[in-house]
Design a protein around this ligand. Structure first.
Ligand SMILES: Cc1ncc(COP(=O)(O)O)c(C=O)c1O
Length: 398
């Protein structure tokens, strides 16, 4: 890899030639289980037949048009997104999650020019930065330990954070791969306060939306009514399409301004058709329910297999969004390499020493059982290698 610029820590595997369902295939005949659905995108499995069929068909008719001459069917696709998000409003289709986040915040700031932009500490929301400067962050760590039955807006964790016309944007569970679950009472208290202060709630569902958590959207776990919902990743199952679903009162406010946004691939028919196909497959294959059930099975196996493993700090998850936090002295990178040797590609966060299990929704329980055992073996092997090194070093000193 001499010429490609890929500014991430690389695994060293650079001969992937094909992907199908939950597997990657290499040019030298190996196959790997992909526990990260690409980069959390191929939630229906790589190269899903129905999605590929739609892409091929659409390529032969219409993939890209001027934004002044749209085909009528994309309006029907937007309607499908409004239906599943239960939002009365409009939809714009874009390309990446970061772009859609930026768009949602540009819209919010257009209406609430002076309102503060608020989010949770460690929420990763965009690779961009123009509109994404967060003014105020709420750290949910103390809330995760809070045992009070009610949440109070005057509690030090959230006091004075929400001001008039605040724009609150949050990712419900991902937290930069930490997989945290904000208490329902916290989200409901913030929602009430934002409504009181005439603010806007944007939910970043780029990682959590479209079934990943065992419900259609992460905000469904809080019975929350957002003003804007941002989708990406799974919406294209690997094809770059994102969307912002915008409540109608915001649309009306924006329409009072001279706002215009024109970008080469907004509302492109090909991306819209892929998004529609993804929603159809989620319905047809009953994948939301299946993800909920598989997530429970995965967590149960992992908790049982890793119960007495010293190197494991915590296991947490919701649906098929699972995190295994390792103790500081265990390197996630080493566990990653051990798993790769066993034919499994797992997600990792170096910053939080987490392993992430984010497989396609179609994964079966036989494979889950096998993976759970291999995760255990890999962590134990890394633990043992440390012990071995320690005793070698001790012998040297003696
Ligand atoms: C929670 C969250 N929001 C937004 C984004 C940005 O999406 P994209 O990488 O498609 O630009 C990501 C990407 O990982 C994400 O995890």
């Amino acid at each position: 890899m001499e010429s490609i610029f890929n500014p991430v820590k690389h695994s060293g595997i650079n001969n992937i030639i094909k992907a199908k369902d939950e597997y990657y295939y290499t040019s030298d005949g190996r196959k790997f289980i992909d526990l990260e659905s690409g980069i959390w995108c191929a939630s229906l499995g790589h190269n899903h037949d129905k999605i590929n069929h739609i892409i091929k068909k659409q390529l032969d008719s219409l993939s890209h048009v001027s934004k002044r001459v749209l085909p009528s069917y994309i309006d029907l696709i937007a309607e499908k997104l409004l239906k599943i998000t239960e939002i009365d409003g409009k939809v714009i289709f874009l390309n990446t999650g970061s772009e859609a986040i930026e768009f949602s915040m540009i819209m919010a700031k257009l209406i609430h020019k002076t309102g503060k932009l608020i989010s949770f500490t460690d929420n990763y929301i965009s690779a961009y930065g123009q509109a994404t400067k967060i003014d105020e962050k709420i750290d949910i760590k103390p809330c995760l330990k809070c045992s009070k039955s009610n949440c109070d807006i005057n509690c030090s964790a959230i006091k004075d954070k929400i001001t008039e016309h605040s724009v609150f944007i949050f990712d419900p569970f991902c937290f930069s791969r930490m997989i945290l679950k904000p208490p329902v009472k916290l989200i409901k208290t913030l929602e009430t306060e934002i409504r009181k202060k005439k603010g806007i709630i944007i939910v970043d569902e780029i990682t959590t939306g479209l079934g990943r958590t065992g419900k259609w959207f992460g905000y469904n776990h809080f019975n929350l009514k957002p003003d804007m919902v941002v989708l990406g990743k799974s919406l294209g199952n690997g094809y770059p399409v994102s969307a912002v679903i915008i409540e109608k009162t915001i649309i009306k406010e924006v329409e009072k301004t001279d706002f215009s946004y024109y970008q080469s691939h907004q509302n492109d028919p090909l991306g819209c058709k892929v998004a529609e196909a993804v929603i159809n497959v989620l319905h047809a294959e009953n994948l939301i329910e299946r993800t909920h059930e598989s997530g429970e099975v995965f967590l149960t196996f992992l908790r049982k297999d890793l119960e007495n493993i010293n190197g494991v700090e915590d296991i947490r998850g919701i649906g098929l969004l699972i995190g295994i936090e390792l103790k500081k002295e265990i390197s996630v990178e080493k566990v990653y390499q051990k798993l790769a040797e066993k034919g499994i590609i797992i997600g990792i966060s170096l910053k939080f020493n987490m392993l992430n299990v984010i497989p396609p929704f179609t994964i079966n329980s036989g494979l889950i059982l096998e993976i759970s055992k291999k995760i255990k073996e890999s962590i134990v092997e890394v633990e043992q290698s440390y012990q071995l090194n320690k005793s070698i070093n001790q012998n040297k000193i003696i």
